[in-house]
Design a protein around this ligand. Structure first.
Ligand code: KG4
Ligand code: ZN
Length: 343
């Protein structure tokens, strides 16, 4: 199994990638952020339509950049869950058609499992360290997952309400900072004071998270400032820095406690929010202090991409997993639920 084609269309990135074994030979991502910015969030129907328009050129570019022809592909890995079903179906239809025409194996990948493997895309020659703990922080997920082996996961904790990325996006919308909000809040926070506003740090049981209280606290503060005509650009920067710090404090405190409880030596932080510069810096400091090996992918692999899907698919294919042509798309799917596949 030399050349693996990965396809990812679960949300608002149309992506295709080619792996040679574990090595990324191309990773093409067409972001729909500009399209959805007008609505301040992803509109599912529009996302699906844009995937239809863009997937073929993205696939062609991935093959061209890898320097191979379609006929050389040995297997196809595609995200089939969880995600926007209309969006998933576009990638799934293409993957099935390609696997059928080429008469090559097809495998369905859980998007979260893709994020877990994203931490290992840049080290194709190093063994994947098991067990390790993964903090998945994206627009749709905030989860602490103990990875015990390939395909062997235990969900330790999750958000009880908003995902971390969702909190970034909602706060950005409140401040009219555009979509997606994470990168702009990250940028503004660098010019703001993280102690300017004492936003609440939710105390949540076990290994779970909660960000809706924080979101409400920011909204109240913004309304108060607007009434007093005091929402200047400098104050917005302070709000961004204070909000961001509250998220980071919650993530780091819980994650480091879970690292200790699980006695793992390696922590990965993956998903779009893992691209946050302050989170990276502070998590690295916490891990250095605790003697924990921290792996965070480069920003292009933090956000959604097909290379991580291809890598997760690679290990599933190695274990003998094959999907049938009736492989379906699912809006919700926990890790470990592998219906519609056969071994
Ligand atoms: O992993 P991802 O591309 O998509 C999902 O699977 O959800 O994550 C997207 C999320 C968005 O909420 C976006 O605002 C956030 O990641 N994000 C960031 C940063 N870059 C992207 N959040 C904070 N700081 C960033 N630098
Ligand atoms: Zn994602």
């Amino acid at each position: 199994m030399r050349w693996i084609l990965g396809i990812e269309t679960s949300c608002d990135e149309t992506s295709a990638a080619v792996l040679e074994g574990r090595t990324v030979r191309s990773s093409v991502v067409a972001s729909q952020a500009a399209l959805h910015a007008q609505w301040g969030g992803v509109v599912p129907e529009a996302a699906a339509r844009q995937h239809v328009e863009r997937l073929n050129p993205v696939l062609q570019q991935a093959l061209d950049e890898a320097g191979i022809r379609l006929q050389q592909i040995d297997a196809v890995a595609v995200t089939n869950r969880p995600g926007l079903v209309g969006a998933l179906v576009v990638g799934l239809a293409a993957a099935k058609a390609l696997a059928f025409v080429l008469n090559k194996p097809l495998v369905g990948v859980n998007h979260l499992e893709g994020h877990l493997y994203s931490a290992f895309l840049t080290e194709p020659d190093a063994p994947i360290p098991f067990p390790h703990l993964a903090l998945v922080v994206s627009g749709g997920h905030t989860e602490l997952i103990l990875a015990r082996g390939h395909g062997d996961y235990r969900l330790l904790g999750h958000t009880l309400d908003d995902a971390a990325g969702e909190a970034f996006d909602k706060t950005a919308r409140l401040l009219h900072l555009g979509y997606p909000g994470g990168p702009e809040i990250d940028r503004r926070a660098q010019q703001g004071n993280p102690k300017a506003f004492p936003f609440p740090r939710a105390r949540v049981a076990e290994w779970h998270f909660s960000f809706s209280g924080l979101k409400t606290a920011v909204r109240r503060e913004v309304e108060r400032l607007q009434q007093g005509n005091a929402l200047t650009e400098a104050v917005k920067n302070d709000l961004c820095a204070s909000f961001q710090q509250a998220v980071i404090d919650a993530l780091i405190e819980k994650t480091m406690a879970a690292v200790r409880a699980a006695s793992v030596e390696t922590l990965t932080v993956v998903g779009g929010v893992a691209a946050n510069s302050a989170l990276q810096r502070q998590m690295r400091a916490a891990c250095d202090k605790a003697g924990v090996n921290l792996k965070i992918p480069p920003p292009k692999y933090c956000t959604d991409n097909a290379a991580m899907i291809a890598l997760a698919g690679y290990f599933r294919l190695l274990s003998g997993e094959r999907a049938d042509y009736d492989l379906d798309a699912y809006a919700n799917a926990p890790l470990g639920d592998f219906s519609n596949t056969s071994r």
